[in-house]
Design a protein around this ligand. Structure first.
Ligand code: ZN
Length: 113
């Protein structure tokens, strides 16, 4: 089952722009519970990135903060030992795979932005 864009847009969340946290993790955006942190300015956040981050908000809500963070970082480390590559480790985390699938679907339906 995949989250619909309509559902994602009903989620309650907070957002912070120009934040240092995502840069630390070498990402555009990072989500902790119901708060999205962007390294970018508001006008510079592509829609597909925002959809991706909203999927993480939905995942936190579905699984809870503790379970999300434990699974996320456990899989990240386990994947590193499998792939010996941090980017491959990252994209193979279950939460990232789910978010990327919906982000990709969104890009196909609505175009690049
Ligand atoms: Zn992500």
């Amino acid at each position: 089952m995949r989250y619909s864009v309509d559902f994602l847009k009903t989620l309650k969340y907070k957002v912070k722009y120009n934040h240092w946290l995502p840069s630390l993790l070498r990402a555009y955006g990072t989500v902790v519970n119901n708060t999205i942190y962007y390294a970018l300015e508001e006008e510079s956040v592509p829609d597909h990135i925002h959809i991706h981050e909203l999927v993480h908000v939905a995942q936190y809500k579905r699984d809870g903060v503790v379970k999300f963070l434990i699974i996320y970082f456990t899989e990240y480390i386990q994947n590193y030992f499998i792939y010996k590559d941090w980017y491959q480790a990252y994209i193979n985390i279950r939460y990232e795979k789910e978010a990327m699938e919906i982000e990709q679907y969104y890009r196909e339906q609505y175009g690049e932005n």
